[in-house]
Design a protein around this ligand. Structure first.
Ligand code: ZN
Ligand code: ZN
Length: 586
């Protein structure tokens, strides 16, 4: 979408948020208004009301919004003084607006936007008339703390979306429905992949046998690919002394996200939110020369981050997860080559999992905070590296976008996002440059000139978080994983007990060549077993009865395709091995 379009969509949705607030005020005058911005996909407004809104209320509010649209009220902007604003919002007892007002520095311009009897403290911009907001829909209710702080008042958030085009709205709503059906939390439960146990704690996933199988297969594949590309696997502990985190800067820039320190025998430990300092230790364990560079370390590193309970979301946002984390130490001359090969590595890896629609972002600082201690290191150095980074991506000759504010505290990044079957973008790969850690930890290598030089350090995770990547896979495929990563690839269904020994024979033959197969020896009837296999989304079901046994064949049912007829074991074996080898995803 062009910038212009995005801007006007923002305007439309922000105006929809105002109409929502106006409708709520008309229906429930006692409600206090907090804030109501537009978002990437729509808009919301936060309300303070003692009684909870119900889904029926949403229907009423939506109707009232339609009326306001029909009234076609002009939306006008008015500049007022802070005093006038204070008086006005004190009279209306709008405590949240008053708090927002207090935060506005003296002398700053204050504007309110009015439509009919409704006025809101707002910077705008807005549509000209309420009648222009024709295609909108309220979507859901959620709780949200005032200003996102857990110690603040809990508010009720009403979400909605709006589009200029009716068809676009309809398509968006269809995708939302589809996304609901594909929710990985639902699929993960149905397929018995993972759970969250209250007794264990929120955001701490527990992998059940089938999910653990899936996880370890992906990890093994990922590890193999890394090794083929010159990465050396390393392992590190889950915690380290607090001084380690102070030296790395995490203690100063990342503390909010870290679990609190633990003390024992006058020592303080902290659980790792990242693996980086440990890989620095690996580098430091030997004397390095320019001949050794680039050095690439890789680890499936479990990290722990204290995400607020409000943002936890299935496997997408958790408190413990595994990164396919890698760190590359190289010279300045090798930087461009390394960035290029990391990008290619990720692109190829995604292709194997069926993702080919990728977008590249260059994450830089947001200029407003560039000096405010949000970022470590020298501003001039940042400027230089950001420029260099952008020109490297420019030379890659691939389309990219700039993402201000998404840089890490230690350096800018190249982020790769993939588009799934529903058109949603997911950030997975991140490639970050770090000009902080090598200096902080005194890393050097001996150059050709015999002198000590500081290496560049790149942080990268290809798939990103394994947990998150599995969530994306499950949603993308609606649980119908490609054959090569299905935890159970073939299930054999014997029609009666006499067929069990022959079924087991076939099962063993397939398992011996690495095709993950099991036999359903349960007492249910054949049709029930077939249904069960389909619900569990097993790619292939083999039916074995008297005829199959006599002819030494199997009846093959492929997921979605129904019956493939009877085949000899060799025929089907070759077919499966080829599908696995080619990573077919139908
Ligand atoms: Zn506004
Ligand atoms: Zn790192």
């Amino acid at each position: 979408m062009s910038n212009e379009n995005e801007k006007s969509l923002e305007k439309l949705r922000h105006s929809a948020a105002h109409i929502l607030a106006q409708a709520v005020k008309r229906l429930y005058p006692e409600v206090k208004l907090a804030i109501g911005p537009s978002t990437d996909t729509g808009f919301y407004y936060d309300f303070d009301r003692e009684i909870s809104f119900t889904p029926e209320d949403l229907g009423l509010i939506q109707e009232e919004m339609k009326k306001i649209v029909k009234e076609n009220l002009p939306i006008t902007c008015k500049e007022i003084t802070k005093e006038e604003a204070l008086t006005s919002f004190t009279t209306s007892k709008d405590i949240y607006k008053l708090e927002l007002l207090e935060a506005i520095p003296e002398g700053d311009k204050i504007t309110i936007f009015e439509q009919g009897e409704f006025a809101d403290l707002c910077k705008g911009p807005h549509m000209e008339k309420t009648g222009q907001v024709r295609n909108f829909k309220l979507l859901k209710l959620a709780g949200a703390y005032w200003r996102g702080k857990e110690t603040n008042q809990m508010l009720q958030r009403i979400y909605g979306t709006a589009f200029f085009d009716k068809k676009e709205l309809k398509e968006y709503l269809r995708l939302l429905e589809e996304a609901k059906k594909r929710d990985h939390r639902k699929i993960g439960k149905e397929l018995g992949y993972f759970i969250f146990d209250e007794q264990v704690g929120a955001g701490l996933p527990i992998w059940l046998p089938k999910g653990a199988k899936l996880l370890s297969m992906i990890e093994a594949y990922d590890t193999k690919k890394h090794e083929e590309s010159g990465y050396k696997e390393v392992r590190s502990p889950h915690l380290g002394l607090v001084d380690l985190w102070k030296t790395s800067g995490h203690y100063y820039h990342y503390l909010d996200t870290m679990f609190p320190p633990m003390e024992r025998d006058n020592q303080t430990f902290m659980v790792k939110p990242m693996n980086c300092p440990f890989h620095v230790s690996v580098y430091k364990a030997g004397l390095r020369s320019y001949r050794d560079l680039p050095i690439r370390y890789f680890e499936l590193g479990k990290v722990y981050r204290y995400e607020k309970s409000g943002v936890l979301h299935g496997l997408l946002r958790v408190r413990s997860f595994t990164q396919d984390d890698a760190h590359i130490f190289c010279s300045a001359e090798q930087l461009e080559q390394e960035l290029n090969s990391i990008r290619e590595f990720s692109v190829n890896l995604f292709k194997d999992f069926g993702f080919t629609d990728l977008e590249i972002y260059v994450s830089i600082r947001d200029k407003e905070h560039s000096d405010a201690g949000k970022y470590i290191g020298d501003t001039k150095e940042w400027d230089l590296i950001e420029k260099e980074f952008i020109s490297i991506v420019e030379r890659m000759g691939i389309p990219y976008q700039i993402d201000p504010g998404e840089a890490k505290f230690y350096g800018p990044a190249i982020d790769i996002k993939l588009r799934d079957a529903l058109g949603r973008l997911w950030q997975c790969t991140t490639i970050q440059i770090d000009f902080n850690l090598p200096t902080k930890f005194g890393l050097t290598y001996i150059g050709e000139d015999g002198e000590a030089h500081v290496p560049f350090m790149l942080h990268t995770a290809a798939l990103g978080s394994m947990e998150r990547f599995i969530a994306i896979l499950l949603e993308n495929y609606a649980g119908n994983l490609p054959l090569w990563i299905s935890p159970e690839q073939v299930r054999i269904i014997p029609i009666c007990d006499e067929n069990i020994p022959y079924s087991k024979e076939i099962c063993n033959t397939l398992n011996e060549v690495g095709i993950r197969t099991s036999v359903d020896e349960g007492s249910e009837r054949m049709n029930a077993k077939i249904r069960k296999g389909e619900i569990e989304k097993i790619p292939y079901l083999f039916i074995i009865g008297k005829n199959e046994q006599e002819e030494e064949k199997v009846s093959v049912r492929k997921r979605h395709r129904k019956n493939l007829g009877s085949m000899t074991l060799d025929e089907i074996k070759l077919r499966l091995l080829e599908e696995i080898e080619k990573k077919v995803n139908d």
